[in-house]
Ligand binder design. Structure first.
Ligand code: CO
Length: 279
C-alpha cells in the first residue's frame, strides 16, 4: 500500500516585481510566508526571452545573515564578490553563497539576447552562524548529482540527499533538500520528507497532482506537515522544484538584504555597510 502523501495546503501565485537595476521577476516566496516556510526566506523565479527584462542585472549589493542559492535553467550570469570570488553561472549551473557576516556582490547577465531562466532561493542561517566567514561555490551543470527513477523521472539533486544520492551541497542546521524534477506524463515521484520539515513545490512547466490537487506551471504549492512522504504525479510532462528544510524557529528580522534575529543586529548591519566594515 502506498504511504500517505502530504497535501497541497495552499497555492501561491507569485508577485510580479523588479529587483536589482530593473530585472523583472516573480517573487514566489514573500515575507509573509517566511514563518510558514522557515528556514526559507525568499524564492524568486525569473524567466524571459526579452533582454530588457534582465539586461540591467544586479549591480553591487550587500547580504548578511543567510545563504543565497541561484539555480540557472537557461542563460549566462557572471558573479563577482567582495571576497574575491568570481564565477560564470550558465545553463543548468548552480551557485551557492553563504553570506554569513557579509558579502557585497554583483550578478550581471553575460548575454544580450536569448532566454534567461532560473531561481534564487534564500536559506536562513541559525543565529550561531549568521556571522560566519562567507563561503561560495559554483557548480557547473555536469557537477550537479543526478539520477533517474524506474518511472523515468529525472532528478537533479541540488541540496540534501534524495534516494541515496547526495546533492551538490549539504547543510546540517537547516538540512535543505532542493531537487529539480522532470516528471514525464503518467509518471510519479515519491520522496521522504521528515514531517516537521517545511516544504513546497514550484512547477515551472506542465501540471502535477499531489494527493488529488492539481498544481499548474507558475504556482507554488505549500505542502502540509502531516506526513513524512510526498507523492508528485505528472498530469502533463512536468518540470518543478521540490524544496524542504528543517525550521530554525528563531526570530526573523529582515531589512532588505540583511536577515538577522534582532532589530539591533539589523542596525549594526546597516552601520557596518555604510562605514565599509560589512565586507
Ligand atoms: Co545578491
Amino acid at each position: 500500500m502506498d504511504k500517505q502523501s502530504r497535501r497541497i495546503e495552499q497555492q501561491v501565485v507569485g508577485m510580479e516585481t523588479s529587483d536589482g537595476a530593473g530585472v523583472r521577476l516573480t517573487r514566489v516566496l514573500t515575507g509573509k510566508l517566511q514563518r510558514r516556510l522557515d528556514p526559507f526566506l525568499m524564492l524568486d523565479a525569473f524567466g524571459s526571452d526579452v533582454a530588457d527584462d534582465y539586461i540591467a542585472g544586479f549591480p553591487d549589493h550587500p547580504h548578511r545573515g543567510f545563504e543565497t542559492v541561484t539555480y540557472m535553467l537557461a542563460g549566462r550570469m557572471r558573479h563577482k564578490d567582495s571576497a574575491g570570488n568570481e564565477g560564470l553561472l550558465d545553463n543548468g549551473g548552480l551557485q551557492w553563497m553563504t553570506a554569513g557576516r557579509g558579502v557585497i556582490h554583483s550578478e550581471m547577465p553575460e548575454q544580450i539576447e536569448g532566454r534567461m531562466e532560473g531561481f534564487q532561493l534564500w536559506v536562513n542561517l541559525p543565529a550561531k552562524n549568521k556571522m560566519v566567514e562567507p563561503w561560495y561555490r559554483d557548480f557547473a551543470s555536469a557537477e550537479i548529482p543526478k539520477y533517474q527513477t524506474d518511472d523515468g523521472v529525472r532528478v537533479r539533486v541540488i541540496a540534501g540527499t534524495s534516494h541515496g544520492v547526495k546533492g551538490a551541497v549539504v547543510r546540517s542546521d537547516t538540512e535543505p533538500l532542493y531537487l529539480d524534477l522532470h516528471v514525464p506524463l503518467g509518471a510519479a515521484f515519491e520522496e521522504e520528507l521528515p514531517q516537521s520539515h517545511n516544504a513546497f513545490i514550484y512547477v515551472y512547466e506542465g501540471v502535477v497532482e499531489v494527493n488529488g490537487t492539481a498544481v499548474a506551471a507558475g504556482r507554488m504549492g505549500i505542502l502540509s506537515n502531516d506526513a513524512d512522504n510526498v507523492r508528485i504525479a505528472a498530469r502533463d510532462d512536468a518540470r518543478l522544484i521540490l524544496v524542504s528544510g528543517r525550521p530554525l524557529n528563531e526570530p526573523i528580522v529582515q531589512y532588505g538584504p540583511f536577515v538577522m534575529n534582532t532589530q539591533d543586529e539589523i542596525h549594526q548591519a546597516i552601520d557596518d555597510y555604510r562605514s565599509g566594515r560589512l565586507a
